[in-house]
Write a protein that binds this ligand. Structure first.
Ligand code: ADP
Ligand code: ADP
Ligand code: MG
Length: 538
């Protein structure tokens, strides 16, 4: 029968009952009575990148703290020594690892998840920080690879999110360690930077190091990992590491919501990708034809070519950081006035900014019900948006006390329940875990299809872009200097143009239809580049 049985409750309340007895042996750490419990651990292998995917609150960081020797696991009892841990993992691949960890033969290095906290802890210039970190004499090489040359003389507290992320990754790479852990390396990075960082981390494993990484961008995780573990369970209550799986299969099982070896269904629906050209596109009626728009900030100039948006379509906006995507969206939202051209339409616009302010001293419920209380009661909105994003769990919380991910979910919800003709969402996946990204993607698609509304979404997560988009808008130029917004085009044409500039080709996975980045120089990569088909030749 079923090893672990799963109730098909409302989406956010999937509970696994009847934890099988054999799991008790895999009980690694319990924070306290009625506190979070972690079952099993991921493997650590020299020369390999082990990817971890799963929702937040399921023990990923806890597992890493244990493997880094920062947390002695209590083995769900009153364990007080690493010798007992070694005994508990006898016969397991981790036995030797823990023996070496106990003998201080393993030096771990961790790139933390919350890089925005780094400026509070570390002061001074980037150059000095990286010089101090450099134990392998690779300062220049790493600085150039991560494109940090022109920020070396800046203070840490003057960096953008993407710059701090790359400095943190560089600092980890420069250490001489055995075991490297990268917690969410792609946050704040654009698509080109994400794939570049993935390549650099891969190289580290190829040089014989053991690498573990948590990553919520599935295209990046796919590109990066040799094997993956899916973590499932109930966020905040317990988390279980699956057996190690091949990367392709592990991600596919995750998208299906069903782990075959474990015989566990952990999500009631499956995520499938369809080619946008295969979609029953209702997008035929024109919503708006916007004029040529220019914004000149003095130091930076954006020029947007005129374009057309259709009713019922989702258009993704792609391009590097600092190229003017937010500036463009702000002009459409009426937040910034164009230097040339006019946004002279009569459309109702709902806008979720990239940077969300949270200075509301009211509850989430009050905030949302002021926008449209009826949507909170609507079955359609409950099923498609509120429950999948676990919004009811947040109703009683104060908006100014929400975490980054909670605030993002509330802001997306606030934008989507507002009655409008055009929805502008600037980087909705930031701070969200992989499960929430899937939920947001589904919500955007279903809502726009059902209501015949239009959405423009700035996004760097390739799977999300592929899942939600009917068409795409490409931004080109030189970041920080000038940007050019091309008109919305078909996915194939737009992605082709964009990916050619990134230098990476994608194919489609035959089972799930998801995009997969080709390894650089592989047969497929070379073939597709020769044909000029950077995106999915089937
Ligand atoms: P993830 O990395 O998957 O987001 P974590 O390992 O950070 O998960 O946390 C898993 C759960 O353990 C969370 O519910 C968190 O609140 C809880 N937790 C983490 N640290 C402690 C602690 N020191 N004491 C009690 N609970 C903790
Ligand atoms: P993206 O969203 O593509 O990352 P942005 O539109 O946020 O890019 O920014 C594009 C450029 O415009 C950046 O160099 C940024 O520093 C600059 N910029 C943005 N807002 C302003 C402003 N209010 N005044 C001056 N420069 C700005
Ligand atoms: Mg932006």
């Amino acid at each position: 029968g079923c090893g672990i049985c799963v109730h098909k409750c409302p989406f956010n309340a999937i509970t696994i009952v009847n934890l099988p007895e054999e799991l008790e042996e895999g009980c690694v750490h319990r924070y306290g009575v009625n506190a979070f419990v972690l079952y099993r651990l991921p493997v650590v292998k020299e020369g390999m990148v082990v990817g971890i995917l799963g929702p937040n609150g399921t023990g990923k960081t806890t597992a890493v703290k244990i493997l880094a020797g920062q947390l002695l696991p209590n083995l769900c009892g009153d364990n007080d020594s690493w010798d007992n841990v070694i005994r508990a993992f006898r016969g397991n691949e981790l036995q030797t690892y823990f023996e070496r960890l106990k003998n201080k033969e393993i030096r771990p290095v961790v790139k933390p998840q919350y890089v925005d906290l780094i400026p509070k802890a570390v002061k001074g210039k980037v150059r000095d920080l990286l010089k101090r970190a450099d134990e392998i004499g690779a300062f220049d090489e790493v600085v150039d690879e991560l494109e940090l040359r022109n920020v070396l003389d800046r203070n840490i507290d003057q960096l953008s999110g993407g710059e701090i992320q790359r400095v943190a990754i560089a600092a980890a790479l420069l250490r001489n360690a055995h075991f490297y852990f990268f917690d969410e390396p792609s946050s704040y990075l654009d698509i080109r930077q994400r794939l570049k960082v993935a390549r650099i981390i891969r190289k580290l494993a190829d040089s014989g190091k053991a690498v573990l990484t948590v990553e919520h961008d599935l295209a990046v995780l796919d590109y990066l990992s040799d094997i993956v573990h899916v973590v499932y369970g109930k966020p905040g209550a317990y988390g279980i590491f699956s057996q190690p799986k091949g990367t392709r299969n592990g991600i596919n099982e995750f998208l299906r919501g069903y782990l075959r070896d474990e015989n566990v269904r952990f999500r009631p629906y499956e995520i499938r990708f369809t080619k946008s050209s295969d979609r029953q596109s209702q997008a035929s009626e024109i919503l708006v034809e916007y004029q040529r728009l220019v914004k000149d900030y003095g130091g930076f100039r954006l020029e947007a070519e005129p374009g057309t948006l259709y009713m019922g379509e989702v258009v993704s906006i792609v391009g590097p950081n600092g190229i003017g995507k937010t500036t463009f969206v702000k002009m459409l939202a009426g937040v910034e006035k164009p230097t040339e051209g006019e946004v002279d339409w009569e459309l109702k616009v709902s806008y979720k900014p990239q940077y969300i302010k949270a200075d509301y001293e009211e509850t989430v419920y009050d905030l949302l019900s002021k926008i449209d209380a009826s949507k909170l009661l609507s079955n359609f909105y409950k099923t498609e948006l509120l429950n999948p994003l676990s919004i009811p769990d947040l109703y009683d919380k104060q908006v100014n006390e929400l975490s980054g991910g909670e605030l993002q979910r509330v802001a997306i919800t606030a934008a989507l329940i507002r009655d409008a003709d055009l929805y502008l969402l600037d980087e909705p996946s930031a701070y969200l875990d992989v499960e929430q990204r899937l939920a947001v993607s589904r919500a955007i698609r279903h809502l726009m299809e059902k209501e015949g509304k239009t959405a423009l979404v700035v996004e760097h997560d390739v799977l999300m872009i592929d899942y939600i988009s009917d068409r795409i808008m490409v931004f080109e130029g030189e970041p920080g200097k000038y940007g050019k917004a091309l008109p919305p085009t078909g996915m194939r044409e737009g992605m082709n143009r964009f990916l050619a500039s990134v230098g990476v080709t994608f194919r489609r996975d035959p089972d799930t239809g998801r995009p997969r980045a080709n390894k650089e120089g592989s047969v497929k990569d070379r073939e597709q580049k020769e044909m000029g088909e950077y995106y999915y030749v089937s």
